[in-house]
Design a protein around this ligand. Sequence first.
Ligand code: PRP
Length: 190
Amino acid sequence: MEEFIERILITEEDIQKRVRELGSAITRDYQGTELRVVGVLRGAFIFMADLVRNIRVPLSVDFMSISSYGDECETSGIVRILKDLDKPITGRHVLIVEDIVDTGLTLRHLKEVLSTRGPASLRICALLSKPERRVVQDLRIDYLGFEIPNCFVVGYGLDYAERYRNYPFIFVLRPEYYSDAQREGKGQGG
Ligand code: PRP
């Protein structure tokens, strides 16, 4: 195993099994409709690629790229849109796909922004959630992969300083491989 891996938190097999289950639930819930799956770049790109291959209703994909104001570890909740959706979502059934919900501030803001555009429905699918870090208590995650403890995780799309996104499992990085700010438990940075 690579020297930067402290421990594997979720194996590739467990991720793939859960993604299949999420795909089945989404397929069941959206039967008879057409779906617009919106990925939040960059962290969600791997999860979303696996997820859509497990959904069996007609769908199209679009992407947003956002950046939160604040320092690199702590989200402020104000989201700056770096790349907006290419297509309008008015009258569409929209599913936002995220890699991780930490404080929940990013998704609350994103949900507010997208609901002003008149979608037929707007739901959230997230692979990971850290309930201990939640600030937005009433954020509903309609489809959730795993609840995890408050530790800094990377892999399967999640990064530290843009690295480790390419690993097919979720793991905890050895402390010597990340900065003091992360060691103090601030943020996720997924
Ligand atoms: C991560 C993650 C969410 C956000 C969650 O993104 O993908 O967008 O942080 O944090 P919150 O619940 O506290 O708001 P990040 O800014 O690390 O960008 P990335 O997806 O490009 O890695």
